[in-house]
Design a protein around this ligand. Structure first.
Ligand code: UGA
Length: 434
C-alpha cells in the first residue's frame, strides 16, 4: 500500500521504516528541512538500535522516501499518518497545535474524488479524532472524501524496531468500515493481534496504558521505601509479586523514577483530561508525587553520606532517561546532574550515547563530560549510577576503586549486586535494598 507519514520523530521515522520493511511504499514528510536533508543524505537524526540499517535498506529498495511537501505525500498515498509532537503545556494539558496545523495542511491539499484515510498516531487526548475530522471538513473547500482513524503507537525507545515489527497488539479506532479495512490490510504482514474499537476508546487506550505502567513503577518505588524502612529487599519483593501472572514482573524495577518524553507528559495529560471531563483521576496525582519524591529521596541519601555537596567531586554515570537511547528529554539522570550542580558540586558525567544531545539542549551546564566511565570516576568522592547502561556492569571494580578518591557508590537503578560491590571495598547505597 502507499502510505504517507507526517512527522519524522521517533514514532514517525521508525513506523515509516517498519512499514517499508514489510513491503509498503512510504513517504515520510517533515517540515524541518535540515532533518529531511539529513535523511536524504542517509544520516539518521536519532539513535535507535537497528534503525539505520532498516532505513538504508528500504531507501535502497525504493520503498522509502523523504520530503518536506505535505502535498506530495498526501497526493501519492492512500493512507496518511499524523505522527507530530504533542508536547505538554505548563498546566499539564496537551498542546495540540501541531496536530491542528497538520489537519489544516492536509485539508488544503486533499482533492475531490481522492479518498484518504487520515490516521492519528501521535498520543492525543480522547476526542482529538473528532476535532481533526471537523477541522479537515471545515477547511477543505472541495468536499474531500476522508475518514479519520486513531492508531496509537506503543513502541518503547531503545527497542522501537522490534516493538514495531512484533507488537503485542495493534489498536485501530475507527468509525468507518472502509477505513478500518484499509488499516487491517496495512497491518496484516505484522501478524499481530488487532483490536478494533471506536475512535475515542483507541485514544483513551494509549493514555490509560502509559498511566498504568507509570503506576506500576510508582507502586514499586513506594514499596521500595517500605523495604528500606523494614530491612526487606525490593528486588525479591518484585520477583515474588511479579510471579503472579495477574501482576507480571515487568515495570516493577525500583529506582530514581520514570522519565522520558512519554510518561511524565502522558500522566500529566491524563490528569488534565480527567479533570476536563469532570472526573478527576486523583490516583495519578499520587503516582506523579511518588515519582518526583523518589529523586528527592535519592539526593537526600547522597547528602546524608557526603554531608556537604559543595565542591565535592561527584561522578554520574548515565544521562539518558533509560539505556539504549540517546534521548535525554525529561531524564531523571539529567535532573540529578542539575540538582548537584545547583548545590555547588563538581560534577563529571559519562553516557555512552546521550552527551551530545544533553550539550545541544544545554541541559548539563556546569558539569564536565568524560569519555569513559573510569575517566568520569577519576578522583571522585562518590559515583552515582543514574541510567542502567549495560556498559557500566562491565567496569572492573578494582580499577574503579583505584580511580576514585573515596569508594562510595549510589546506585539509582539497582544495577550492581550489593554483595559484590561491598566486598570489593565500596560503601554502596541503592534503592529499596539494604
Ligand atoms: C513508554 C511505553 O513503555 C511505551 O509503550 C509507549 O509507546 C511510549 O512510552 C510512548 O508513549 O511513546 P518509553 O518512554 O520509550 O516507552 O520508555 P519505557 O521503557 O516505558 O521507560 C520509561 C521510564 O520508566 C524510563 O525512565 C525507565 O527508566 C522507567 N522505568 C521503567 C522504571 O523506572 N522502572 C521500570 O520497571 C520500568
Amino acid at each position: 500500500m502507499k502510505l504517507c507519514i507526517i512527522g519524522s520523530g521517533y514514532v514517525g521515522l521508525v513506523s515509516g521504516a517498519c512499514f517499508a520493511e514489510v513491503g509498503h511504499h512510504v513517504i515520510c514528510v517533515d517540515n524541518n528541512e535540515k532533518k529531511v536533508a539529513q535523511l536524504l543524505n542517509g544520516e539518521v537524526p536519532i539513535y535507535e538500535p537497528g534503525l539505520e540499517e532498516l532505513l538504508h535498506r528500504n531507501v535502497a529498495a525504493g520503498r522509502l522516501s523523504f520530503t518536506t511537501s505535505t502535498e506530495e505525500g498526501v497526493d501519492k498515498s492512500d493512507v496518511v499518518f499524523i505522527a507530530v509532537p504533542t508536547p505538554p503545556q505548563p498546566d499539564g494539558s496537551v498542546d495540540l497545535s501541531y496536530i491542528e496545523k497538520v489537519a489544516r495542511e492536509i485539508s488544503a491539499v486533499l482533492k475531490p474524488g481522492q479518498y484518504r484515510v487520515i490516521v492519528d498516531k501521535s498520543t492525543v487526548p480522547v476526542k482529538t479524532g473528532e476535532k481533526v475530522a471537523d477541522t479537515i471538513r471545515r477547511y477543505n473547500k472541495g468536499s474531500a472524501e476522508f475518514d479519520v482513524v486513531s492508531n496509537p503507537e506503543f513502541l518503547r525507545e531503545g527497542c522501537a524496531v522490534p516493538d514495531l515489527m512484533k507488537p503485542d497488539r495493534i489498536v485501530i479506532g475507527g468509525n468507518s468500515e472502509r477505513a478500518v479495512a484499509l488499516m487491517q490490510k496495512i497491518y496484516e504482514p505484522f501478524m499481530a493481534p488487532v483490536l478494533v474499537t471506536d475512535i475515542n476508546s483507541a485514544e483513551l487506550i494509549k493514555h490509560a496504558a502509559n498511566s498504568f505502567l507509570a503506576l506500576k513503577i510508582s507502586y514499586i518505588n513506594a514499596v521500595a521505601r517500605i523495604c528500606e524502612a523494614s530491612g526487606a529487599d525490593v528486588e525479591k519483593v518484585a520477583d515474588g509479586i511479579g510471579m503472579d501472572k495477574r501482576i507480571g514482573r515487568n515495570f516493577l524495577n525500583a529506582g530514581i523514577g520514570y522519565g522520558g518524553s512519554c510518561f511524565p507528559k502522558d500522566i500529566a495529560a491524563f490528569i488534565a483530561i480527567s479533570e476536563d471531563l469532570g472526573v478527576p483521576f486523583t490516583l495519578l496525582k499520587e503516582v506523579e508525587k511518588i515519582n518526583l519524591t523518589q529523586r528527592e529521596r535519592f539526593i537526600a541519601k547522597i547528602r546524608e553520606t557526603l554531608w556537604v555537596l559543595k565542591d565535592k567531586k561527584i561522578a554520574i554515570w548515565g544521562l539518558t532517561f533509560k539505556p539504549d537511547t540517546d534521548d535525554v528529554r525529561s531524564s531523571v539522570a539529567v535532573q540529578i546532574v542539575q540538582d548537584l550542580v545547583a548545590e555547588g558540586a563538581d560534577v563529571v558525567t559519562y553516557d555512552p550515547k546521550g552527551a551530545d544531545k544533553a550539550i545541544e539542549f544545554q541541559l548539563i551546564q556546569g558539569a564536565r563530560i568524560a569519555q569513559s566511565p573510569l575517566e568520569a570516576a577519576k578522583g571522585a568522592e562518590a559515583l552515582i549510577i543514574a541510567t542502567e547502561w549495560n556498559e557500566f556492569t562491565k567496569v572492573d571494580l578494582s580499577e574503579l576503586k583505584k580511580a576514585m578518591h573515596t569508594p562510595v557508590i549510589f546506585d539509582g537503578r539497582n544495577l550492581l549486586d550489593p554483595e559484590t560491590v561491598r566486598s570489593a571495598g565500596f560503601a554502596y547505597t541503592s534503592v529499596g535494598r539494604n
